[in-house]
Write a protein that binds this ligand. Structure first.
Ligand SMILES: [Zn+2]
Length: 410
């Protein structure tokens, strides 16, 4: 029997380093994870460098690598992936930026980079930005994301992503004039247009009813947008075309949804999937069980462990990993699939950010060469049959198991 269905479940930032507080165990080693351990017992294990040994991967670059794309080629910055993630239909050559709704005072000083952590009304404000007509043969496409976050796309010919940020990164400073970083005509033009967009936003948003109401309520108005992280939308071969697999992405964050979008996957939105430790794992599980009936391949990202890692919250990280273990129990019951469980990078509690340590990995499925590993964590899995691989090996291994890869040579 040939099985052509696969699931890659990525528990964001799940891996870590040994901690003195845990008797030199990692959070994954300390967590009770009977279902992950069962996967290890029934499967083939290894450790994986998402990009290369010692490279501190972002979630985005790691996912790109795991899907078999070269992040050094495809990843031009965060903007394009965020833009795709919020649902803008980006096309090759677009220049995309992440933006903040911020608050500027009359002296053009940014007094609050997050505009009082605005939550409501950003859609209406975004509409106004979309009405900006610069008369420069460049289309301005703008969309709100979650909270104070938003995305800006410039579409037109002769643009470049070699431009600096407007965001001063600190409150109490003037916003920065955007400049070309390579002094080429395309980037000089882009910087000029972008400065006009920022100026226009400052002019237009000041008197928006939502902002007038915010001021009345004693809240900081969202009276300017500050772009950063320019990236040119790259050419990406659709995943389905690359592998002949009809694929969907179940993710919580705009960033990972953006990777699904950019690779042409269908995006399955799950109610209550917040990306935090309070996310609705029950709904995520149901959505996985339902989607695998329709699709050949699912890319799944669950984000809470990474958040706990960034917060340096040991208890939350251990507890969240234990909760995710229940999700794995349910996925393990799906018949006739290859199921890969891993993380996209380590987010050790002690570092509160991503590190380049390898992550554990296990594959379950038919005709697997089961090894002797019986528990799933950073140190047990390196004794497994996969030894140490790279993220870019995963799709090759999966396709080979599915008997879908072409022979190299005679
Ligand atoms: Zn992270």
């Amino acid at each position: 029997m040939i099985i052509v269905k696969g699931i890659i479940l990525i528990i964001d930032g799940m891996a870590g380093r040994p901690l003195a507080e845990l008797g030199y165990k990692t959070t994954l080693e300390a967590a009770e994870t009977p279902n992950m351990d069962k996967m290890a017992e029934n499967g083939i294990c290894g450790i994986m460098d998402p990009i290369k040994p010692g490279i501190r991967a972002g979630s985005d670059t790691s996912h790109i690598s795991i899907l078999g794309y070269d992040p050094y080629e495809v990843y031009t910055g965060r903007g394009p992936f965020e833009a795709a993630g919020v649902g803008i239909k980006v096309i090759e050559g677009d220049i995309a930026f992440r933006c903040n709704f911020s608050t500027a005072d009359d002296d053009r000083i940014i007094i609050d980079r997050r505009a009082g952590r605005i939550r409501e009304g950003t859609k209406e404000i975004a509409q106004l930005i979309n009405s900006i007509d610069l008369n420069e043969n460049v289309e301005v496409i703008f969309k709100e994301s979650t909270g104070h976050r938003s995305v800006l796309v410039l579409r037109g010919s002769g643009l470049s992503d070699q431009v600096s940020d407007a965001d001063p990164k600190l409150d109490g400073k003037k916003w920065k004039k955007i400049q070309s970083t390579d002094n080429k005509p395309e980037s000089i033009k882009t910087a000029h247009i972008l400065n006009r967009v920022v100026e226009e936003s400052y002019k237009l948003l000041k008197n928006h009813p939502i902002n007038l109401k915010r001021i009345e309520d004693g809240e900081n108005p969202a009276n300017i947008i500050l772009p950063r992280g320019a990236g040119a939308v790259p050419h990406v071969q659709p995943f389905s075309e690359k592998y002949g697999l009809n694929a969907a992405c179940i993710a919580e964050t705009g960033l990972i949804k953006g990777i699904g979008k950019m690779t042409g996957m269908d995006i399955i939105n799950v109610e209550g999937a917040t990306g935090g430790v309070d996310t609705n794992l029950h709904n995520i599980t149901n959505s996985i069980l339902e989607s695998i009936k329709t699709y050949d391949f699912l890319l799944i990202n669950i984000d809470g462990a990474d958040e706990a890692g960034h917060d340096g919250n040991l208890t939350e990280k251990v507890e969240f990993i234990e909760k995710v273990d229940e999700v794995i129990k349910n996925i393990s019951q799906i018949q006739d699939i290859y199921f890969i469980l891993t993380a996209d990078h380590s987010t050790p509690i002690s570092v509160m950010d991503h590190t380049g340590d390898p992550v554990p990995l296990v594959i379950n499925g038919p005709e697997i060469r089961v090894d002797d590993v019986v528990s799933f964590n950073e140190r047990s899995t390196y004794k497994g049959g996969l030894c140490r691989i790279r993220g870019s090996d995963i799709m090759n291994i999966l396709r080979d198991l599915m008997n879908k890869s072409t022979k190299f040579g005679a």
